[in-house]
Design a binder for this molecule. Structure first.
Ligand code: MLT
Length: 393
């Protein structure tokens, strides 16, 4: 009989969000009348604004005309989109041919892991977006170091614990804690990677939420980063494209493996073999997002979700709350109980879906993550329900 890939036996049974959905379904099966509000998965809720919508429609309409129909595009993405990302997001600090368009940061992280194989040692923030760990385990990576990020260290890890690691995963603004690294902190990360000759996989999917000018929006704002980092990012949380699916990864040409071979070259090889390019409609939408009018629309949405975060944070002021100022997530401590226990209490007592902190790693135990991706009406309803929190925590 066909043997199972043994790496899968090393994973938890469920990915975090399907597990939450199962608990939600089980609760609804017993309480079909419950009006659940989700502050759980970070999924955008607000409809696209007119200019961005029109560019997606144009992308679709052009497929209905003989003269403008396109089939497969370049696997690396359309050159005009690569150019506008290099110019608008990176202000020329990367070149268009270092930008690879994808169907989203999550999918690209999975492909990146394939680039490095199983014989690598990795270090990641704890708590962290589960894909870094689960995807690595699927690859057969076994040398894994968790770097605790807690209120005590201002959510910035002790890098000395990552000594000798080949790959360092780093996400800022952080999912789940909402902590955002300062220029000084990122400089120490880049200096450390240069000393160690390791590679940083930098996830900037939430960078559009950064308001503090002392917090870089990209690792490439730090001198020397192009020799040690690649960066993956996304239109999902910036432009409400969670369903449209569009992202990118920057792989600098200055990045090399130990044997002197080019990471950029291998990434091109991998992408052209395993990926047929992002949807042409989505890429047209991406051009719309990064146009002058699109960027204005994006600002409106970012301000909307950050205001949700502010309202939630204000309503939770009696608790220890982190994040929410440069990120759409709040990280809230509920001491003395496990995250899943508090998750269940929020579900049963308040009919609110949150995300248990321990689902992101052991240092998340005792915390819940609240997502600000919600309609204002639901945020206001959720806040009203918060008045009952003191009856169970
Ligand atoms: C989250 O809720 O952590 C994310 O939105 C899920 C994702 O981006 O895959």
């Amino acid at each position: 009989m066909t043997k199972r890939n043994p790496n899968f036996a090393n994973l938890k049974d469920h990915y975090l969000f399907p597990e939450i959905n199962q608990r939600k379904k089980a609760f609804l099966a017993e309480h079909p009348e419950a009006k659940l509000i989700s502050l759980g998965i970070g999924d955008t809720t607000e409809p696209l604004l007119p200019h961005i919508t029109s560019t997606l429609c144009q992308g679709a309409s052009s497929l209905g005309e003989r003269d403008t129909y396109t089939g497969y595009g370049p696997e690396q993405g359309y050159s005009d989109l690569r150019e506008i990302i290099a110019k608008t997001i990176y202000r020329g600090s990367v070149t268009p041919d270092e930008v690879f368009i994808s169907d989203g940061a999550k999918c690209d992280i999975g492909r990146l892991q394939l680039l490095f194989g199983s014989d690598v040692s990795i270090a990641l923030q704890d708590p962290a977006y589960p894909v870094y760990l689960d995807g690595s385990i699927m690859q057969g990576v076994s040398r894994i170091t968790l770097l605790p990020c807690t209120p005590e260290n201002d959510f910035f890890p002790d890098l000395t614990k990552a000594k000798g690691c080949d790959l360092l995963y780093f996400c800022s603004p952080n999912n789940p804690t909402g902590a955002t690294a300062t220029r000084q902190q990122l400089k120490s990360l880049v200096d450390f990677a240069r000393e160690q000759r390791s590679i940083i996989i930098y996830d900037s999917a939430y960078s559009a939420y950064i308001q503090n000018s002392d917090c870089p929006k990209s690792i490439f704002e730090i001198e020397g980063a192009k020799e040690v980092a690649l960066e993956t990012s996304s239109f999902s949380k910036m432009a409400g494209f969670t369903g449209v699916r569009l992202g990118w990864t920057v792989v600098p040409k200055d990045l090399f493996f130990e044997d002197g071979s080019s990471v950029h070259k291998d990434w091109s090889r991998l992408i052209s073999t395993l990926f047929n390019g992002a949807s042409n409609i989505a890429q047209n939408g991406g051009l719309g997002v990064l146009s002058e009018r699109g960027l204005e629309e994006v600002k409106t949405h970012i301000a909307f979700y950050l205001e949700n975060a502010r309202l939630l944070k204000e309503a939770l002021e009696n608790f220890e709350v982190y994040g929410g100022e440069n990120a759409p997530y709040l990280w809230v401590k509920f001491p003395g109980k496990s995250s899943w226990e508090v998750f269940q209490e929020f579900l049963e007592e308040l009919h609110l879906v949150t995300t248990p902190g321990s689902g992101f790693g052991p240092s998340g135990e005792g915390f819940l993550r609240f997502s600000a991706f919600s309609s204002r009406e639901n945020v206001q309803k959720a806040i009203k329900r918060f008045s009952k929190i003191s009856t169970f925590v």
